[in-house]
Design a protein around this ligand. Structure first.
Ligand code: CTP
Ligand code: MG
Length: 178
């Protein structure tokens, strides 16, 4: 079980890490260019073009780093794929993770949540579910994942999120534990 969870976390790093790159490197022009629909921002000031691009590039960077780690520690997960399949899959995982993040904000604005206000479950799962919906269209996805992994990921991600945030809070990297 622990083995399965660790494998899953490894495979999902290109989905989990993009938003962190966006937080670190984001800023500037919002993706919605400040536009609103029905009096509410489309995505809000928290979703920037630079953050989106940094997220996708960051996710691809992490995946390539993982490939190097797999080679040096002699285990095969991403390295089971040809480089082309690997690149397309990990690009899709990161890109769709940022799309899902955007979709989450879209829903938050429509339901009246201000930028930055926490929306439990949606904040923790929209990126993952959108990412699975898109990436699972490739053959390469199913060489690494199966339905059990997909369901387990949806189940454990909110807990993982909480765990990482509490850890970051204890290490004083964050001001609030969520
Ligand atoms: N960020 C960004 N561009 C993105 C995503 C995130 O610049 N595409 C940066 C923004 O500075 C944002 C921060 O990362 O404020 C935190 O990201 P997130 O929690 O996803 O956004 P929120 O500010 O909480 O906004 P929302 O309520 O829309 O989720
Ligand atoms: Mg937020």
């Amino acid at each position: 079980m622990i083995d399965l969870i660790l494998t899953l976390i490894w495979l999902l790093l290109p989905v989990y890490t993009p938003n962190n790159f966006a937080v670190l490197l984001g800023g500037g022009k919002p993706i919605d260019l400040g536009k609103s629909i029905f009096g509410k921002r489309i995505f809000g000031d928290g979703k920037t073009i630079r953050g989106f691009v940094a997220g996708v590039v960051g996710g691809i960077f992490v995946a390539n780093f993982q490939l190097v780690v797999e080679k040096s520690f002699n285990f095969k997960l991403f390295s089971r794929l040809s480089y082309t399949d690997f690149f397309i899959l990990t690009f899709l995982l990161s890109f769709s993770s940022m799309l899902g993040d955007l979709f989450g904000s879209f829903v938050k604005r429509r339901t009246g949540f201000e930028r930055g206000k926490p929306f439990p479950i949606l904040d923790q799962l929209s990126f993952l579910i959108i990412s699975f919906l898109i990436s699972s269209q490739t053959k390469a996805f199913w060489l690494l994942f199966d339905l059990e992994k997909v369901f387990l990921a949806i189940l454990i991600t909110p807990f993982l999120h909480l765990f990482v945030n509490v850890l970051a809070y204890k290490l004083r990297l964050k001001d609030v534990p969520w």
